[in-house]
Write a protein that binds this ligand. Structure first.
Ligand code: PLP
Length: 379
């Protein structure tokens, strides 16, 4: 969208030095291989620049949800191994081979489809077996996955690159579900031992697992949100060295004085008691800024916190600066630091009544993204 010489002043800034630092902090803590998760446009940060930085920083592997995300990474010159998590349909299989993408095999039936495609194309498939240990989404239940492991080991043109599962409650420290899922995962992996086969790379930990459950780290971890410097939930314990990667800034585009009793924005839901100063910011739900921040969100102007006044519109919202001062062109921080104040994605999510993930992935293509900092390469 950034095709005008003078785009509107709203900007996402992605700090690649911080991204690389977060990867280092995760590696230093777990001392395992890392599969960095860059699905959903790298949680709103921009998939290609993020993936290229992670590759330059020596990440072992990337994970995405969709085949088309994997294809876009390959088209963008990313050459590290990529696993596609998503449940796939048969017609998609050829593209996995054409683009050198690793396939999630979640059932015996999927394994048969992969084998058939590999035989037809005369290529070897790189697969990760997906075990369901409690999420009830995709994967063979851990107590019935013996036949899948046996069939995968017997399959001629499949290399088993990994076995994995996904944690449902790891963002809450000490949630009993996590230990239960870990036990079930170990039971599933034990089939390899029973069959005298080499153990593939075992991976289970998402960001919550990395933060709270060292037992879940195993051979490789799969950080998503933590890589971007954001905590997965309100109860999550922070990890030293992790810093937010994304900031979101705009500028004041309009200033006015609103008289007592004059409502502001759609629905006339917000009405000042006395005369007040109101500024307009060019950002709205059409950009992914949640409408549920209407009269709930806050922004920083001149190092001060001010509340959003009334409904967030599609392209703009208004801010009540009271008796404060602001001029057209003044910086407005929606996410990030200004002076001594800071607004994190976690706070925005709380105020909007959702989770940090949703705030990040909703920030859409209408907002120009600027990339700053490191691409120093060690591979
Ligand atoms: C999205 C995803 C992750 C990353 O989760 P975070 O909570 O963001 O760390 C890891 N593994 C799988 C299979 C996923 O779908």
């Amino acid at each position: 969208m950034d095709n005008s010489a003078h785009p509107r002043p709203t900007r996402i800034t992605v700090d690649l030095t911080r991204l690389a630092g977060n990867l280092d902090a995760i590696r230093a803590r777990t001392r395992t291989a890392v599969m960095a998760v860059v699905k959903a446009n790298a949680y709103g940060h921009g998939m290609l620049p993020v993936a290229r930085q992670l590759q330059a920083s020596g990440v072992d592997q990337l994970g995405v949800a969709l085949l088309e995300e994997g294809i876009a990474l390959r088209a963008g010159g990313v050459h590290v191994p990529i696993l596609v998590f998503g449940g796939i349909v048969g017609e998609q299989l050829d593209d996995f081979f054409h683009h050198g993408l690793q396939i999630t095999v979640s059932s015996l039936a999927k394994l048969r489809q992969v084998e058939a495609a590999a035989a037809r194309l005369g290529q070897r498939a790189k697969i990760h077996l997906k075990v369901d240990t409690g999420m009830e989404r995709v994967g063979t239940h851990s107590d019935t996955c013996g036949p899948l492991v046996e069939a995968a080991l017997a399959a001629d043109c499949c290399d088993i690159a990994g076995i994995y599962s996904h944690l449902a409650c790891s963002d809450e420290p000490d949630h009993p579900m996590t230990a239960q899922q870990l036990q079930r995962f170990h039971d599933a992996c034990a089939h390899f031992t029973r069959l005298g086969a080499p153990m593939p790379v075992r991976h289970l930990a998402n960001s919550g697992g990395i933060l709270h459950s060292p037992d879940s780290w195993l051979d490789m971890v799969r950080p998503g949100i933590l890589l971007y410097g954001v905590l997965p939930g309100d109860a999550a314990r922070p990890l030293p060295g992790i810093q937010p990667v994304l900031s979101l800034r705009s500028q004041v585009v309009y200033f006015k004085v609103v008289g007592a009793g004059h409502p502001v924005s759609y629905g006339a839901t917000w009405v000042p008691q006395g005369a007040t100063r109101v500024v307009t910011v060019q950002m709205g739900y059409g950009d992914g800024w949640p409408r549920s921040l209407s009269s709930e969100g806050e922004v920083l102007i001149g190092g001060q916190r001010y509340p959003i006044a009334g409904r967030v519109c599609m392209d703009q919202f208004m801010v009540d600066i009271g008796q404060g001062t602001a001029y057209n062109g003044d910086a407005v921080v929606l996410v990030g630091e200004q002076g001594a104040e800071r607004i994190g994605i976690e706070e925005v999510a709380r105020r909007a009544g959702t989770i940090p993930y949703e705030i990040l992935v909703r920030l859409n293509e209408r907002i120009p993204r600027r990339y700053v900092g490191s691409t120093a390469s060690d591979n």
